[in-house]
Ligand binder design. Structure first.
Ligand code: LM2
Ligand code: CA
Length: 952
């Protein structure tokens, strides 16, 4: 989560979503206008079953060979082809999944981690497009496609087409194909150096579009995807897969390819053109490249959905009610959503199976909340610390991944849990219905909501059971809790819905209850609120206004229907006598709105918001009714500027450093923040790399409307008398004063256990690569290092480490230097040379300034030397000062997720690649210690050099 401060200056404002919707809507309008069926087709007798014209255009990217009623995906990470085939027949098909996403099938490098075998990520280093891999042979792959098809499941292949390997020394691929640097004789995927981008350095600046797309992602040799030859090689590969019967592609690292080039590749394909394409575009607030750009050649993943799930399950799940009306997300019918994937379960950007009940409940939510196309994930167990997260799946001594044995080997088989397997059928049944009857209890961590008149879900994200009476639209009857066990025939847990639609449920601690008419003895008809329904529709920017064409009890309006009224922030509304439940579609001048799965919306309840192709029972105008929160912050005399960096609800975070606060009464700053009423999370900084997080890390959090933070303590109410307050302005940042010294000579006395301390330092935002540089022994117990060229800088800071897991980062604050000489011992900073020997005096070191007076306020005296955080596992929360993290992120070449962290305060992650980078750092650290001990210094230098290259 630490913000990579060196990049923050380059962040740009997020691309305005409205604009993209506009383009999208314009595209659909075009399709609608050019389609042969005129909008008046809605007049026909089947009005209540009408398919809108626009619907036809929205499904072109979907695989044609699976019934559109089954679009749930199961992402099976590192499963062998043979195991997937068996699982399709036994579990996946019967559960109702439409697709399995498989790991990359192409030939890859042979990785070696000694006793730990081969890492999983060899799959992401193609050597050729031969379908020979550790997961199976070409024959086994084809057999899997056919077996799964027979079980009504189609295969989506993970297509790694942005790059080849990251290897600089020659080798032989899994299928026997030789390769060397930028030289891949193929014959499928036959490339030489002319087929790679000219940039040979690693991506460092995610604010630079060219760099992100044309330079190397973690050293992976970047294909020139603009060249006709490369495009055709890739197109041939995708066509080969399509001809085998693959139904779609997950385009790996799509953000690292130009969207237009991807369209060109797609247009060069034949069979693959008809298939479902979904782009892995890791969207991140301030970056120039956004997921919406890729909609021209397929859907995109919506990473913010998964981030919001994590934030909400670690905060309040009541925040999830608004997820589907967050206009910053992709249109739901173009968005792939998931709880986690193989990268995010490792970098902890999202929840993972390690989160236990929260994870299972997040999956229940995934399959019951109307937004996006859901993808569940199943992989294998791993220890999420350091190098262990790189370990490959269970494998033979020669690296073939073993077939899955759910009972015996490390594969989690979590998709067999009822919270996933039994939810797919539920999803398939309810997905065209509205979400209704959302109810919050227990401070927002017990919620209930219905889908249409056939489903109801209760989630308990607390550690106590919770007994509530829920209001539903379910018909009277006895219902099975379909997620209580796999066994649905002799149901383990049942609940009774009464004639009024009420049901008493004791939701077990940390568990979900899901009721579904398909597993019930329903006896009556659903009970709706009588009377009127107010419908809100979020207008596309290309529309001037909105009409609702609707039918109550089969009596339909005449197209275009009734005109809606501009109500708030792009939301148009209309109140109609509904008699409970009715159907509707929305349009403007022949452009008809698209529902996620085609057809009409089925609406019911008092108030309902329709957007992103989903209908959610919320009043969006009340939801956006603005709440003002006044934040006071006690001035830090050492800071020239005070910024508040914040986020709330399902909105993203401000772009670091956030917003400048304005001076108010003596010693205090103030900033008024407008929120949607949900919990506010915030941290503070000086705009220059120094951050203030609460004790223990993370973010300050509050529901209150007036808060004051002083010395890491939050109180409520204003600290200023009203007459002393100054008016709030938009202040200009003050230029901090630069240092007037040329160098800082740092002395450090390490704890006994350290061999040679390393100093990891930053000149301003420019940090060394972790672990930094070794210090030189100065006198007994003291080590020194001189940081040069500091004249004019506004900050020089450092942390220390033992090239292992021990770091001294001054309790997350870093050590800051402003003087020519500084000596640090046990967290104490003094300002004289501890090794200076006065002429004639005895022992070196005796001149160490005398200990501070008892009771004096030496910074850090009370704090024991911190050993945490280690660079890979920084404390949670937001941008913390800890230098190791920054350095770390740099080593990693600034991964995508490192960026994302800035948008997601709850993420403790650094992102897939960043994470990999950190793992690499730890690996380096561990290695270095070992090697130091054995006196083999050369290797360390090599690794450090590598890091420096990665950073460059
Ligand atoms: C992805 N999406 O865009 C994948 O989801 C992600 O898992 C891939 O990274 C990445 N893009 C490239 O396809 C993984 C893994 C990396 C690993 C790469 C290549 O997360 O750690 O990088 O695959 O195998 C590894 C080393 C890295 C090294 C690189 C090249 O971890 O330190 O870079 O290989 O040798 C020097
Ligand atoms: Ca690229």
């Amino acid at each position: 989560m630490r913000v990579v401060t060196h990049r923050s200056g380059e962040r740009k404002k997020p691309v305005k979503w409205q604009k993209s919707i506009g383009l999208l809507a314009a595209a659909c309008l075009f399709v609608a206008l050019s389609a042969s069926t005129p909008a008046t087709a809605h007049l026909d007798a089947n009005a209540s079953k009408l398919q809108t014209v626009a619907t036809q255009s929205q499904i072109v990217t979907r695989a044609p060979d699976v019934a559109p009623s089954k679009n749930a995906i199961l992402n099976m990470f590192q499963w062998t082809w043979n195991s997937i085939a068996t699982e399709c027949t036994d579990v996946i098909g019967p559960a109702g999944f439409g697709y399995v996403q498989v790991s990359p099938p192409q030939e890859h490098i042979i990785g070696d981690m000694g006793a730990n075998g081969s890492p999983w990520w060899t799959s992401y280093q193609p050597v050729s497009y031969k379908l020979e891999s550790k997961l199976g042979t070409a024959e086994e792959f084809a057999a899997m496609v056919n077996t799964c098809k027979a079980a009504n499941v189609s295969i989506i292949a993970d297509a790694v087409i942005n790059h080849m390997t990251g290897q600089t020394t020659p080798g032989t691929g899994w299928g026997g194909t030789p390769y060397s640097l930028e030289n891949y004789p193929g014959p499928e995927g036959q490339y030489t150096s002319e087929h790679f981008h000219d940039c040979k350095t690693d991506i460092a600046n995610y604010g630079d579009r060219e760099e992100v797309q044309n330079c190397r992602l973690v050293a992976l040799q970047d294909l020139d995807t603009g060249s006709a030859y490369v495009q055709q090689e890739i197109a041939d590969y995708l066509d080969k897969l399509a001809n085998i019967g693959v139904a779609g592609f997950r385009i790996d690292a799509a953000k690292h390819m130009d969207a237009t080039e991807l369209e060109q590749i797609k247009s060069r394909t034949t069979s693959a053109q008809e298939k479902f394409w979904i782009h892995e575009v890791i969207g991140s607030g301030g970056e120039p490249i956004q997921p919406t750009e890729y909609l021209g050649s397929g859907d995109s993943h919506e990473f913010n959905y998964a981030r919001t799930l994590k934030a909400s399950f670690n905060g309040k799940i009541s925040n999830l009610q608004k997820l589907g009306i967050n206009q910053d997300l992709l249109e739901g019918y173009r968005a792939g959503v998931f709880v986690d994937n193989h990268d995010t379960e490792r970098n902890q950007e999202t929840l993972s199976h390690h989160a236990g009940n929260k994870y299972l409940q997040a999956n229940v939510f995934l399959f019951s909340y109307p937004y996006g196309s859901p993808s569940a994930y199943t992989g294998y167990e791993f220890a999420n610390d350091g190098i262990a997260r790189e370990f490959g799946a269970p494998q033979s001594p020669s690296g073939e991944v073993l077939d899955v044995d759910c009972a015996a080997n490390a594969f989690t088989c979590i998709h067999r849990q009822p919270e996933i397997s039994n939810m797919v059928g539920f999803y398939n049944d309810v997905r065209a219905t509205e979400l209704n009857n959302w109810q919050n209890f227990e401070n927002g961590n017990v919620v209930g909501y219905g889908r249409g008149e056939q489903g109801f879900v209760a989630l308990n994200n607390t550690e106590q059971e919770s007994k509530q009476t829920f209001r539903t639209f379910l018909p009277q009857g006895t219902y099975c809790n379909i997620v209580a066990s796999n066994e649905l025939e002799n149901c383990a847990q049942t609940y009774t819905v009464d004639a009024a639609g009420q049901v008493d449920i004791t939701v077990p601690a940390g568990k979900s209850v899901v009721l579904w008419t398909s597993h019930s003895t329903k006896t009556g008809a659903p009970v709706y609120d009588e009377g009127e329904t107010t419908v809100y529709f979020h207008k596309y920017s290309s529309w001037a206004d909105v009409n609702m064409h609707y039918g109550v009890a089969e009596a339909w309006t005449t197209p275009p229907g009734a005109s809606m009224k501009d109500t708030c922030d792009g939301w148009y509304s209309i109140t109609v006598p509904s008699n409970g439940s009715f159907e509707a579609v929305f349009n403007y001048q022949g452009d008809w709105n698209k529902q996620l799965h085609g057809g009409n919306y089925r609406l019911s309840g008092d108030k309902i918001a329709v957007t992103h192709g989903s209908a959610i029972n919320i009043d969006p105008c009340a939801a956006s009714a603005l709440t003002k929160v006044v934040v006071y912050y006690k001035a830090n005399p050492a800071w020239a500027n005070h910024n508040v960096h914040y986020g709330y609800g399902t909105k993203g975070w401000t772009t670091p450093p956030g917003e400048l606060m304005s001076p108010t009464c003596e010693g205090w700053l103030r900033k008024t923040i407008t929120t949607d009423g949900s919990e506010l999370e915030l941290v503070f900084n000086n705009g220059n790399g120094e951050w203030d997080n609460p004790i223990g890390g993370g973010n300050y959090r509050s529901d209150a409307t007036v808060i004051a933070i002083d010395n890491k303590t939050m109180t409520f109410g204003a600290p200023c008398a009203p007459e002393d307050e100054l008016p709030e302005e938009n202040p200009e940042p003050v230029e901090p004063e630069g240092l007037e010294i040329d160098q800082v000579k740092v002395f450090y006395r390490a704890p006994h256990a350290w061999t040679v301390p390393y100093i990891h330092f930053g000149r301003g935002d420019n940090w060394t690569s972790a672990p930094g540089l070794p210090m030189t022994e100065a006198c007994e117990g003291w080590y020194t290092y001189t940081i040069n060229e500091v004249l004019g800088l506004t900050s020089v800071s450092a942390v220390f480490n033992n090239v292992g897991s021990d770091w001294d980062n001054n309790n997350d604050l870093n050590y800051k230097f402003t003087t020519e000489i500084v000596a640090i011992e046990n967290g104490n900073t003094t300002f004289a040379d501890p090794c200076f020997e006065e002429p004639g005096s005895g022992e070196p070191g005796t001149e160490t300034p005398s200990p501070s007076e008892p009771g004096s306020e030496q910074p850090g005296t009370e704090t024991p030397l911190p050993t945490e955080p280690i660079p890979n596992e920084p404390s949670n929360g937001l941008p913390i000062a800890a230098g190791p993290d920054d350095g770390d992120a740099q080593v990693l070449g600034d991964s995508e997720e490192t960026d994302d962290d800035q948008d997601n305060p709850n993420s403790t992650s650094k992102g897939d690649l960043a994470d990999t980078g950190s793992v690499v750092s730890v690996l380096i650290a561990v290695l270095s210690v070992l090697l130091l001990v054995t006196g083999v210094m050369t290797l360390i230098i090599v690794r450090i050099k590598q890091n420096n290259q990665a950073k460059a």
